[in-house]
Design a protein. Structure first.
Length: 368
């Protein structure tokens, strides 16, 4: 096992979390009213997802965008460093191109501060950028699926990662951008299709769901994620940030095993305070900090898995939720699992709450 390995980077446990909780649907439901309120301006409705993951949330957002704005050209831009997640996201795309024909979909492996402009700040790497435009032919989902699956080899070659020599964090080996649209819509979409020489965009809506390590300071959250996203907002654009907030049964499980753990030291209040204290006056005048709120999410479990003796699968899934949401290092997880005491603790909290829930906090920044 790598010395720098962190639980939060573990793909298998991420996918287990996604498939055993309703988090993606709950977040999408809270985003929907904001999509409804958008009044798109020419040439398109532009949305940026600051971390696609497996694509579940983004596909819901695209469905909502079609429902509310069925005839407006749609530009969707996103970033994702995981090759496997990009593959999973692309597999979900064909239906979106059937329902909303005039869509441009862009995905890159760039950092937050680079992804909106589709340009690496590393001059040497930028010179080697892989820029691929894909014109989908046909008009059915199977037509599009058969073409998109052929890009697995492109991903294997161009979505490789390496460790940053300064921070040790994973970063792209070579910057890569994939631009996808229907060939029969190219004429209509010409003004919004980005090119290598004209890559930049600003957005009507930016979604940043679980975009950073929960334990880093408000200063780092602003510097590396939130401020770059604010700069990428179009006038009247909204940045919607969602992050885990604790004060829930999942967090209580962690506190029972590791009493000194404090996974959420810098939530929305501290982020707002830092922004108001450190942004220039002229920048602050352009922003409105909207109310924050808690949105509970829950573990999916059948009633008969909880009542009359809790199923082993539920204990396993609940434990995964607790350590994933609270971002516990893998070394600590392995140590706790050796004693198996964690099973009794998880079982107790699942029984007390008739399942397990965890809290996310959502806050919104509007550019006036």
């Amino acid at each position: 096992m790598e010395k720098n390995f962190r639980f939060y980077d573990n793909r298998q446990k991420y996918l287990l979390f996604v498939t055993t909780t309703n988090e993606k649907n709950v977040i999408a439901d809270n985003i929907h009213p904001h999509i409804k309120k958008i009044k798109p301006t020419k040439p398109a409705l532009k949305i940026f997802d600051a971390g696609m993951g497996d694509g579940s949330l983004l596909m819901n957002v695209m469905r909502q965008s079609h429902q509310e704005h069925p005839n407006i050209p749609l530009l969707i831009s996103t970033k994702e460093i995981s090759m496997e997640d990009v593959r999973l996201g692309l597999e979900k795309l064909p239906d979106r191109f059937v329902e909303h024909k005039n869509t441009v979909f862009i995905i890159s492996n760039l950092h937050y501060a680079e992804a909106a402009n589709l340009q690496s700040r590393n001059f040497k790497k930028q010179k080697k950028i892989n820029w691929k435009s894909v014109k989908l032919k046909g008009n059915s989902s199977i037509d599009f699926a058969n073409q998109l699956i052929k890009f697995n080899s492109f991903l294997e070659k161009n979505w490789q990662i390496e460790r940053d020599s300064k921070t040790g964090n994973p970063t792209y080996k070579t910057p890569s951008v994939l631009v996808i649209y229907r060939s029969d819509q190219e004429f209509v979409l010409n003004d919004i299709i980005p090119t290598k020489s004209k890559p930049s965009n600003t957005f009507d809506l930016i979604i940043a769901s679980q975009p950073y390590r929960s334990r880093i300071s408000a200063e780092k959250k602003v510097k590396y994620v939130i401020n770059p996203m604010i700069k990428a907002l179009a006038p009247k654009g909204k940045l919607i940030v969602v992050h885990a907030a604790g004060n829930d049964p999942a967090n209580k499980i962690i506190k029972k095993i590791w009493p000194k753990e404090n996974p959420f030291p810098s939530l929305a209040n501290k982020i707002y305070t830092y922004l108001k204290s450190n942004l220039k006056t002229e920048e602050l005048k352009k922003l409105q900090f909207l109310d924050k709120k808690i949105i509970p999410c829950k573990l999916r479990a059948l009633p008969n898995e909880i009542q009359g003796g809790i199923a082993t699968s539920v204990i396993f899934s609940a434990w995964n939720v607790a350590i994933y949401v609270n971002q516990i290092d893998e070394s600590k997880v392995i140590q706790a699992e050796k004693s198996q005491q964690y099973q009794k603790i998880v079982s107790k909290f699942v029984d007390q709450n008739n399942g397990l829930y965890f809290n996310n906090e959502i806050f919104i920044i509007l550019k006036k």
